[in-house]
Design a protein around this ligand. Structure first.
Ligand code: UDX
Length: 459
């Protein structure tokens, strides 16, 4: 991973014509994008309806944890080219190019994406756009929404057809958001006219100069690229987790299997890490939103397999609960369960659809005394999933535990010493839900080890 200071050094100072940009929506994606654009030389206004969020960003106190963001924000704020507002008037007045970076969560009443934040950004900004400008959507949306946004802007903006729309989906991974903003592995843009792609290309020139492909397509393809990329990644993870089920039934080892098939360059080892499966604010809801959109389009059969991908994924969480029960000798009631990990993945404080928290709360509901620890996600977990105890210190979490569950693979958990850990627990039983612990070392220290898809781990 390239360091933030390196990325800043490599992308700043080469911009030919700085522009006035706005970034509408300052969540995980927008805040990083806004800071990145200021660092490369643009004059940026970040907009969010949440006044508290932007007040915190303005003083470099981001409301979420993302490695390197503090350094990027500090550099951006120091240039004097990044400020924040919650006024649409100010945003509209400022921008030559407006980026839409608002969220599209899953709707509460169905699998479809909730596009209301995109719609309210368009309704808020559109009527104030009285000069020609380029609006660039970056949010993940159901295919077809970009065309609706384009038509709606032409209808409500005083500048009419002078307001052009491009769609440039992002592929940002939490934990690597700074790198993905300044050195993405590709930039994709959907446009109606090549000139709009050229204009965005100039805005992103310092980033594109690092040499990644700049893929120009039509609006529909750009939206589908994002849906397809996430669906593929989710499918890859569920594929290996389906193999884990086969391994459990046959005595085979899913990690060795993934290594072996991963040597085939056509398959590749990345995203073949078997375990508790995927969670987070993107893959699960994007998968479901994609299926819902296919149904609306009358092509639901084409994505029927994604239902299975989702089911395989959720089955892993239930399997982890079952394996815990087995480790405890048949019942979890009253058992002291230590859970290492609350975030949906390491290097993040995001607990949206976190597999780890799902398992922790299920065990709590089954009557276990569950103690969860996590380096960054405890506050979010406490707020959104009351029930288990949340403790800062790993040692406190595992003290007198009847079983330890390793559910999010933070470096700090991987570095734990099985011998020292063994002195703290009541019973040396561990489930590795992410298949990264040294099972042999745990077994040698006297632990009873279980791992998803590795029936002989530590034996
Ligand atoms: C994902 C996409 O990677 C990114 O391109 C998109 O823009 C947003 O969604 P993110 O949600 O940050 O990014 O996480 P990612 O690294 O993709 O991991 C998603 C989930 O899959 C995590 O819960 C992770 O633990 C799990 N995972 C990942 C596996 O279980 N096995 C793997 O091999 C890889």
């Amino acid at each position: 991973m390239t360091s933030t200071s390196d990325l800043i050094a490599r992308t700043s100072g080469s911009l030919e014509r700085p522009r006035r940009l706005t970034v509408v929506g300052c969540g995980y994606l927008g805040s990083v994008h806004a800071a990145a654009m200021a660092v490369v030389g643009h004059d940026v206004v970040g907009f969010d309806v949440d006044a508290d969020k932007i007040a915190r960003l303005a003083k470099n106190d981001p409301p979420f944890y993302e490695p390197g963001l503090d350094e990027l924000l500090e550099a951006a704020l120091a240039t004097g080219r990044l400020r924040f507002t919650s006024s649409y008037d100010e945003a509209a007045e400022h921008g030559e190019v407006h980026f839409l970076c608002v969220g599209t969560p899953q709707r509460a009443d169905s699998n479809a994406a909730d596009t209301s934040y995109v719609e309210s950004a368009v309704e808020g900004l559109g009527p104030l756009l009285d000069r020609p400008c380029l609006v660039v959507g970056k949010s993940t949306v159901p295919v077809g929404l970009a065309e609706q946004v384009r038509d709606r802007l032409a209808e409500i903006a005083p500048a009419g057809a002078g307001v052009r729309l491009a769609w440039s989906p992002e592929f940002t991974r939490e934990g690597f958001a700074v790198q993905d903003a300044l050195e993405p592995d590709r930039v994709v843009v959907g446009v109606d006219r090549q000139e709009d792609a050229d204009e965005l290309g100039e805005v992103l020139a310092p980033v594109l100069a690092l040499g990644m492909p700049y893929v120009v397509v039509d609006l529909a393809t750009a939206q589908l690229v994002k849906n397809a990329a996430n669906a593929f990644l989710a499918t890859k993870i569920s594929f290996i987790n389906a193999m884990a089920e086969l391994c459990e039934a046959t005595g085979a080892d899913v990690v060795a299997l993934a290594d072996a098939i991963g040597h085939d360059a056509r398959i590749g080892r990345r995203f073949l890490q078997a375990g508790l499966g995927f969670g987070g604010g993107c893959l699960p809801k994007d998968l479901r939103g994609f299926m819902a959109r296919a149904e609306e389009l009358g092509v639901d059969q084409a994505l029927a397999f994604l239902r299975e991908v989702d089911d395989i994924n959720l089955r892993r969480r239930r399997r982890a609960v079952d394996m815990t029960t087995e480790l405890l000798g048949g019942t979890v009631e009253g058992a002291r369960v230590a859970v290492l990990g609350a975030a949906f993945k390491p290097d993040s404080d995001d607990i949206r659809d976190s597999p780890a928290l799902d398992v922790a709360t299920t065990l709590h509901e089954l009557g276990a005394q569950v103690r969860v620890t996590d380096p960054k996600a405890l506050d979010n977990a406490r707020r959104s999933r009351p029930g288990p105890d949340y403790v800062d210190d790993v040692r406190e979490a595992v003290r007198d535990a009847d079983v330890v569950l390793h559910l999010t693979e933070w470096k700090a958990f991987r570095a734990l010493d099985p011998v020292e850990l063994g002195d703290l627990v009541a019973h040396k039983r561990i489930l590795d839900g992410r298949n990264v612990l040294d099972a042999a070392a745990y077994a040698a220290a006297g632990w009873q080890v279980r791992a998803l898809g590795r029936p002989n781990a530590g034996r």
